[in-house]
Design a protein around this ligand. Structure first.
Ligand SMILES: C[S@@+](CC[C@H](N)C(=O)[O-])C[C@H]1O[C@@H](n2cnc3c(N)ncnc32)[C@H](O)[C@@H]1O
Length: 313
């Protein structure tokens, strides 16, 4: 079955504003998805060239189709973003003028029941962004021991009922589908918790997806590579969708800006270190109310951005 790529790019105007006017050089879209952000950037600046990464071949195919009319200005690569430096080098680039990370899953992935990402559609327990990888959600749900499961529900999604949910999952094994998993979680929770906003299985699904795709393991390395590749005045923007991701970005950016603490507790910069970037604004920007109404999936988005300083010596 062929499914149309349907994903509304998040904070598109803000991303375009930050990455439109860059020094000459290639721009990296580390999480291409269907290519909506890339498309806007290519349209906004006719001198810009983009190398886009996605680990999902279906997303990459959709982006290639969408951006083919830009000819050589767009190159799509089926690769994980932790390989940015080597992939850029393979195309003859030692640096980058800009870099965008729009983390997490796309609506295209979430809304395809066969990919098994969502508690809203029944499908196999899969959740792999790259279906050639080994570990699936079924492996996590049916084989991890209880303590490990409980720990990852808390660590990856802050699930306060991790203990109850992990016990219920173990008791219900084997679990084969997203619907069975969603019902197991829902049945394990007290009525008061189920009355709260949001689906009771949301955090568990998020935590398992992060585990299956090892989403946090390589993020720091990829962002650090991007910062080091940036040419002077080059910019890096990141959209994160949960606190675990955003904490990693905040730490990487603050360390590179030699601004290790939030402004309100500001300590003086460390005299032993030299800032290599400046924060384009303090804290994280959020989507405005109108965008949240249009696209409720963007509600959790947090955008941070930095600009490379003239010298990093
Ligand atoms: C939120 S979507 C991006 C949507 C995109 N900005 C657009 O305009 O359509 C995130 C994409 O990043 C991809 N992705 C997530 N982690 C990745 C990684 N480590 N390496 C490469 N791609 C990744 C996912 O497969 C997904 O297609």
């Amino acid at each position: 079955m062929s499914i149309e790529f349907c994903h509304q790019a998040v904070m598109l105007a803000e991303v375009t504003e930050v990455l439109r006017d860059l020094p000459s050089g290639v721009v990296v879209d580390a999480t291409l998805g269907g290519g909506a952000h890339s498309e806007a950037l290519l349209n906004a600046n006719e001198n810009l060239q983009i190398i886009g990464f996605d680990r999902d071949q279906d997303a990459l195919n959709a982006a290639r189709k969408r951006l083919s009319h830009h000819g050589e200005r767009f190159i799509g690569v089926h690769q994980e973003f932790q390989h940015i430096t080597e992939v850029l080098a393979s195309f003859g680039h030692q640096g980058a003028a800009g870099c965008l990370f729009d983390l997490g899953v796309s609506s295209f992935q979430l809304d395809n029941p066969q990919r098994g990402f969502s508690f809203r559609h029944n499908g196999p327990l899969d959740m792999r962004m790259d279906p050639s990888m080994q570990l699936t959600a079924a492996d996590v749900v049916n084989n991890y021991d209880r303590a490990v499961l409980k720990d990852l529900l808390w660590r990856n999604a802050g699930e306060k009922n991790a203990q109850r949910i992990s016990a219920a999952i173990i008791a219900a094994r084997p679990i084969a589908t997203t619907q069975e998993l969603a019902e197991t979680i829902s049945d394990a929770l007290p009525a008061a918790v189920k009355r709260r906003k949001g689906h009771p299985a949301r955090r568990t699904f998020q935590a398992i997806r992060i585990e299956v795709n090892q989403e946090l393991s390589h993020l720091e390395s990829a962002v650090k590579q991007a910062l080091s590749l940036l040419v002077p005045q080059g910019r890096c923007a990141v959209l994160a969708y949960h606190s675990g991701e955003d904490r990693i970005i905040k730490r990487c950016f603050r360390e590179a800006a030699n601004a290790p603490t939030p402004k309100r507790y500001a300590l003086p910069p460390d005299p032993q270190k030299t800032a290599t970037v400046r924060l384009l604004w303090s804290g994280a920007r959020k989507p405005d109310a109108a965008e949240i109404v249009r696209n409720p999936r963007c509600t959790a988005a947090r955008m941070r951005a930095v600009e490379k300083l003239e010298t990093d010596t």
